[in-house]
Design a protein around this ligand. Sequence first.
Ligand SMILES: [Zn+2]
Length: 117
Amino acid sequence: MHELSLIRTLLQQVDAIQASHADCVLRRIDVSVGEFSGIDPELLRLAFSSTSEGNSLAGVEFRVARVPLCARCRNCDREFPVHRFRFVCPNCECTGTDVVRGGELRLESVTFEEQEA
Ligand SMILES: [Zn+2]
């Protein structure tokens, strides 16, 4: 499953952040999934729960937010939402565009709680 390897990569990033918060407990992981990424948020959640079963990640909240596809025109710099994968600038009708959001899976934030002494 594609989502499982994505989760592994994501958790490596979380691990790296956690290393500098050694005395804190991980509470929540927030990720965003782009419309254009081809990732199913539901499968991603399932992959997380199967990965976290019976280890230190059990009980950690995992939130997935969907991010709409957004592009920027290379000609006039206008940012615009992309509908039906039509990559045409609404301002100057240029077709040279770059995806600025919605094309990937991203770790947005990791929430820690201080451990009680
Ligand atoms: Zn334009």
